[in-house]
Design a protein around this ligand. Structure first.
Ligand code: PNW
Length: 461
């Protein structure tokens, strides 16, 4: 990247930029290095029974030490950008107050390593690693967490903003709020029912407060939020009971984030599912006005469509099941074919989601994650064959281009993920990487999908 092009900003509409992504807790390891404080994921993974293989992110891909190899891999594939996330507990170990310079130094080195190789860095400020002291004070159920988040965001941007001007505040706040505080399958592992809507509001408030600080800083910025919105396909839309649960799922998966962002309101339909959001102590005067218009772009993470149906029809033990408090009992149907993590494959969902999100928000859209878990087979001669992943990526990239051709303002497509890494509740049992990681040595071996992606980039150029 020529110095004159700094900092990395929102890409223009001329061409679809391509990248790949990771997240701090999933790849960095070194969980006690250089003054990093504990996060809710350190605490959660230490609790027996939370992670399928009993593992944690304390070593992961050791990207904290091997980030130059990661930067080489992204550059060698010819990708435009690398999406990383910043670990809040490395920067502000107690969650608020004292700043740890050694944590900032790490991201400084990472950003420079990318720029030296001609890769544009883009950052996410919150990919789920909340400092444990903030959780001890109530976590995202408390307003103070949103305020602390804005302080932390300002510190990061002051240090990196001369080179990184494309920031996402949150990654998938639906997961943080509802998998974390309702279903309890992600950290902090709480089952608070409708109180999880408080977390949703505080996450959006935190986004807005952080966006204000970034915009007020000395460095120019395009600030957005990355949502895992989903196409909601009622299995039997003619039946009012099915349509009703589908509306409820849509409210919590999509509208609780988009409505305040676009309309500055939680409407009556949403309040029916989430009456907690009518609480004037929670949603204070001015909150919704601050959230409205607080994003310059919207990021989408898409893996699979969501198909609600009545109880007894779908997957009763679906991990998302408990993540929609306030919705009448329902089940999610999963149709074949599925990936190795059991998520239905349907690329038309991505096309639909990009178009509807662009229309609903009027904002530039970036696909910030898309990819597949595959049971990769390691074969001799150092090659890892993952033909299923190639098929998935090819079909979804084509779907993204269809949406663009249909006029949607889509600017980028980012593959999840560069490296096989710590896949949250699934531990290391599900691999999404285009690069294989040896679990003993952390050695990196590009898979067939990596070579396919590199070839696709070259062919396009
Ligand atoms: C997203 N669910 O996570 C995240 O942004 C990534 O960090 C993650 O590795 C990727 O998708 C693949 O899972 C999710 O259970 C994890 O519904 C779980 C769920 C959804 C998203």
């Amino acid at each position: 990247v020529p110095p004159t092009a700094l900092p990395t900003r929102l890409p223009g509409p001329e061409r679809l930029e391509l990248g790949t992504a990771t997240a701090s807790y999933q790849v960095e390891g070194a969980s006690t290095a250089d003054g990093r404080g504990p996060s809710i994921w350190d605490t959660f993974t230490a609790r027996p029974g939370t992670i399928r293989d009993g593992s944690d992110g304390s070593v992961a891909c050791d990207s904290y030490h091997r980030y130059t190899e990661d930067a080489d891999l992204v550059a060698d594939a010819g990708l435009d950008w690398y999406r990383f996330s910043v670990a809040w507990p490395r920067i502000v170990p107690e969650g608020r107050g004292r700043v740890e310079q050694r944590g900032l130094d790490y991201y400084d080195r990472l950003v420079d390593a990318l720029l030296e190789r001609g890769v544009k860095p883009t950052g996410t400020l919150y990919h789920w690693d909340l400092p444990q002291p903030l959780e001890d004070a109530g976590g995202w159920l408390e307003r103070g967490t949103a305020e602390a988040f804005a302080d932390y965001a300002e510190v990061v941007h002051a240090r990196l903003g001369d080179r990184v001007g494309l920031w996402a505040t949150h990654n998938e706040p639906w997961c943080a709020a509802y998998l974390g505080y309702a279903a309890g399958v992600h950290a902090p592992g709480r089952q608070e029912g409708g109180r999880a809507h408080r977390a949703a509001h505080h996450l959006m408030l935190g986004h807005a407060l952080a966006a204000e600080r970034l915009r007020a800083g000395e460095h120019p910025v395009d600030v957005g939020i990355v949502l895992n919105l989903a196409p909601i396909w009622a299995e039997d839309p003619e039946r009012p009971e099915v349509q009703d649960v589908a509306d409820g799922v849509d409210a919590i998966r999509n509208r609780v984030w988009l409505d305040p962002l676009v309309d500055g309101a939680y409407d009556a339909g949403l309040l029916r599912v989430a009456p907690e959001l009518a609480d004037a102590e929670l949603v204070r005067p001015g909150d919704l006005e601050r959230i409205q218009g607080s994003a310059d772009w919207v990021g989408l993470n898409y893996y699979t469509p969501v198909r609600p149906d009545l109880p007894g029809v779908g997957k009763a033990d679906h991990p998302e099941g408990g993540a929609y408090p306030g919705v009448a009992p329902f089940e999610l149907v999963v149709r074949e074919p599925v990936t190795d993590i059991g998520w239905e494959i349907d690329a038309s969902g991505l096309d639909e989601l990009i178009r509807t999100t662009a229309e609903r928000t009027g904002l530039p859209v970036l696909v910030m994650e898309n990819g597949a878990a595959c049971a990769d087979t390691v074969v001799v001669e150092g090659t890892v064959r993952d033909e299923d992943r190639i098929g998935y990526l090819r079909d979804h990239l084509a779907a993204a281009e269809r949406a663009r051709d249909a006029g949607a303002d889509l600017r980028a497509y980012v593959v999840w993920t560069l490296l096989d890494n710590f896949e949250w509740a699934e531990g290391y049992t599900k691999t999404f990487g285009i690069v294989h990681i040896d679990p003993e040595t952390q050695d990196r071996t590009p898979k067939a999908s990596y070579h396919w992606l590199a070839e696709t980039v070259r062919a396009r150029a």
